[in-house]
Design a protein around this ligand. Structure first.
Ligand SMILES: Nc1nc2c(c(=O)[nH]1)N[C@H]1C(S)=C(S)[C@@H](COP(=O)(O)OP(=O)(O)OC[C@H]3O[C@@H](n4cnc5c(N)ncnc54)[C@H](O)[C@@H]3O)O[C@H]1N2
Ligand code: MOO
Length: 747
């Protein structure tokens, strides 16, 4: 007898025609995990819902911004500097010469309550992490940095005591404009009304938590399908039971019920259904009674004398409970004999009994049906076959039957290629596999090195879970519409990039060579070199006297003429990279990296930003830079080399003076870059001695985690009887300038 034959795609169309997305219920958040959203989810309120204190400490109004030295002021040579000794501001804010201010503690706000009044000048409110920021306050000084009233007059030089009760007073170092406010602003994470998830998304525990945070207690999700798996065959004994002559363990029902679970469904299983129409019909009725949304049977679909599934489907054992029956030959190997039908209206996939054929049938037909039942925004046959998978290079070759889609179990190799799984035997190959290669019907030979479409199984765990760009391992579940979530792709290669460190500015406000300034455990140059330590080649653009500090860690170059500004510096740095490359290779092919880290040398926390920038830049054409408080920090950026070259050429051509004096803003303007938010102040720079002091203070408070410890003098280790710059901390020696006391021009 001949059966109608179909392609895989034709059969898939018929299979998908049997299913519709299941109804939608509002379910509690934790129960929604794994299900598929039926509607977009919008934030009912912002996260955080109010300006939130992020450190236990004291909330106060930041004193007015101190005046800054005029840019043309002659640099005051350290260590002798001239300080303002009194001013109207001091009178208003009571900032003492040592930079500290005494505030009256007017309230106490634990998390969960709020302060009724407004914090005025000279006042502070004691606050706990998570409390709403009191009105009038805009900065929180962590408790570790304060001195309580009672302790204040105690021995100078002892560690700052942690005291300060409500109704008392507290001493705090006057916060400067660059200090971290330790406040999470309302809506900083999510603004009200934002759509945080879309219909068709799979709910993860993370998404459910976000839904909770934005005001939802339930989510509208499609009901999770119940897949009933029945294996047929008189030869089968239940798993774990002894064998008799001619009998084998039932592996298929275990295989497919498990695959259904892995595909996000619930499962119901009945193994070893006897090869009689009555036994099969009774088992199918049980499946329907159990609430099955989809039935998958294995075995009995071929041309043998006792192929009972076929008999029920093709009408020879006729049952009015069967509708839409189709018994066909599908152009695939394995899995050629296939059936489709409804039993009492429930969609039914009849897969062959051979375990690899059963598995292939599940992957190509049952899984897309489950996806559609779950409400995943699949699915037409076109999208399913077009969506087919990534192509992966294979290490070995084999032949493939012409005219049929060959389904081949493959293993993922750590180098990104795939190999045939196992030794070719049915279940051992499947068990060794991470996915299936789908060799097209027009291919008769696969050669080693060929690229073959592969679908990975969900949660395939052979290759150790790959870190994503953010360094977090990827999950097995996914929002993919068909096939497997690609949970365990081989490791992506390390990003390849060069680095240009700009160290040639005038440093007017410091009055000394900026790259050599010692900040939070190392010189600024050392921090910058460390931030660039993952680069293939590093160029420092700066004066010759940096040669010893740079050593062999980087090439040192200078724009010509000097003091040409950042754009000229970047161009000089790139030219030096290319020259270095040419020298190293002995030819003139440019082989510098496609990406360039561009880094000002005065950003001691930049190392923490480099991985974020590389990841963001990898997703854009032209690059990525940090944005802090709405201000672009172009000199903490990663750029695409060709885009940067083009922009430099265009900028130079547009100016009479070439790149000399050109701004980095003008350079970057034409580039399509990602803006990477910098809430943690990784781009905070050092322009003044006050900035130096602030980095020291935040380092001591633990805010300097992103700053790696360098070989220079570590501020966090400075003993308390010294000023942070190493001079003795006594009356004869003035303190270093406080944020509120910028160096001033000497009249
Ligand atoms: N004369 C022909 N014979 C066969 C043809 C054909 O075209 N002409 N096609 C072959 C192909 S291809 C397949 S696939 C199988 C399909 O047969 P059935 O769907 O009827 O499956 P069974 O005969 O029941 O079993 C096939 C094979 O798989 C083993 N099996 C079955 N169930 C399980 C289970 N639950 N756990 C583990 N192993 C199972 C079974 O013992 C057989 O060895 O037909 C070919 N024959
Ligand atoms: O189609 Mo059968 O499943 O090849 O062995």
């Amino acid at each position: 007898m001949t059966r109608p034959s179909r392609t895989v795609d034709e059969h898939l169309v018929r299979a998908l025609a049997l299913v519709r997305p299941l109804p939608v219920d509002d379910v509690p958040l934790d129960e929604a995990v794994g299900a598929v959203l039926a509607a977009d989810v919008a934030a009912r309120f912002a996260v955080p819902p109010f300006d939130t204190v992020a450190m236990d400490g004291y909330a106060l109004a930041r004193p007015a911004a101190p005046s800054v030295a005029e840019p043309d002021a002659p640099p005051p040579p350290p260590p002798r500097r001239t300080f303002r000794t009194s001013s109207a501001r001091d009178d208003v804010d009571n900032v003492r010469l040592d930079g500290w201010v005494t505030l009256r503690v007017v309230g106490d706000v634990p998390a969960g309550s709020s302060y009724g009044g407004t914090v005025g000048p000279g006042e502070a409110v004691r606050v706990m992490t998570g409390a709403p920021l009191p009105a009038g306050a805009d900065v929180v000084v962590p408790v570790e940095r304060t001195r309580g009233w009672a302790e204040r007059p105690a021995q100078p030089g002892t560690p700052d005591a942690v005291v300060g009760a409500a109704s008392a007073a507290v001493d705090v170092p006057a916060p400067g404009p660059g200090d971290r406010p330790h406040v999470r602003r309302a809506g900083e994470d999510v603004t009200a009304g934002t759509v945080v998830a879309h219909a068709g998304d799979v709910v993860t525990s993370r998404l459910a938590a976000l839904a909770a945070a934005v005001g939802h207690g339930t989510l509208p999700v499609h009901r999770t399908p119940l897949v009933a798996v029945l294996s047929t065959g008189d030869e089968l004994v239940p798993a774990g039971e002894p064998l008799a002559a001619g009998r084998i363990p039932d592996a298929n029902s275990v295989l497919l019920a498990g695959a259904a679970r892995e595909a996000g469904a619930r499962s119901w299983r009945r193994g070893g259904v006897g090869d009689t129409p009555a036994a099969l019909a009774a088992a199918l009725d049980d499946a329907v009674a159990a609430g099955a949304d989809l039935i998958v049977t294995t075995g009995g679909v071929s041309v043998g004398a006792h192929d009972v599934v076929r008999d029920l489907l093709d009408g020879s054992a006729g049952s009015p409970r069967v509708t839409d029956a189709q018994v066909v030959t599908v152009g695939m190997a394995p899995g050629k004999p296939q059936g489709l039908a409804r039993w009492r209206g429930v969609p039914w996939v009849a897969a062959p009994g051979n375990p690899t054929g059963a598995s292939a049938s599940f992957e190509l037909f049952a899984r897309p049906m489950i996806d559609r039942l779950r409400g995943l925004s699949v699915v037409s046959a076109e999208t399913v076959s077009a969506e087919v998978p990534e192509t992966v290079r294979v290490t070995d070759g084999w032949s493939s039957p012409p005219g049929r889609v060959q389904v081949v179990p493959v293993r993922a190799l750590p180098d990104g290629r795939a190999a045939r799984a196992g030794d070719g035997h049915q279940l051992s190959s499947l068990a060794a596999a991470d996915g299936i290669a789908l060799v097209g019907p027009d291919v008769d030979t696969v050669a080693p090195g060929d690229a073959v479409p592969v679908r990975w199984f969900p949660g395939a765990g052979r290759v150790s879970a790959a870190p994503t760009e953010t360094g977090v391992t990827t999950g097995a579940a996914g929002t993919r519409t068909t096939g497997a979530a690609r949970a365990d792709r081989p490791l992506p290669p390390d990003p390849v990039y060069d680095a240009v460190i700009l160290a040639g500015g005038r440093a007017e406000r410091l009055g000394t060579s900026k790259p050599g300034v010692d900040v939070a455990g190392g010189t600024l140059l050392e921090h910058a070199l460390r931030a660039a330590s993952g680069a293939v080649r590093v160029v420092v653009v700066g004066p010759d006297d940096l040669a010893d500090d740079v050593g062999d860690r980087a090439v040192l170059t200078r724009e010509d003429p000097p003091f040409g500004g950042p754009a000229a510096g970047i161009a000089a740095g790139l030219a030096a990279l290319d020259a270095e490359q040419t020298r190293a290779r002995g030819d003139d092919r440019r082989a510098s990296a496609d990406r360039v880290l561009v880094l000002a040398c005065d950003v001691p926390r930049a190392a923490g930003a480099v991985p974020l920038l590389l990841a963001a830049a990898a997703r854009t054409d032209d690059g990525a830079f940090l944005v802090r408080d709405g201000r672009a920090q172009w000199l903490v950026g990663v750029y695409a080399r060709p885009a940067l070259d083009d922009a430099l050429a265009a900028l130079a051509a547009s100016r009479t003076d070439g790149l000399h004096g050109a701004s980095v803003r003008a350079l970057v303007a034409p580039l399509a870059c990602a803006e990477v938010p910098d809430p943690d102040g990784l781009s905070a720079d050092v322009d003044t001695w006050a900035d130096v002091a602030r980095f020291a203070a935040s380092d001591a408070e633990g805010g300097g985690e992103a700053v790696s410890r360098g070989r220079g003098r570590a501020w966090r280790e400075a003993p308390r009887d010294e000023w942070p710059d190493g001079r003795p901390r006594d009356a004869a020696s003035p303190p270093p300038p406080h944020p509120s006391q910028q160096p001033r021009r000497t009249p």
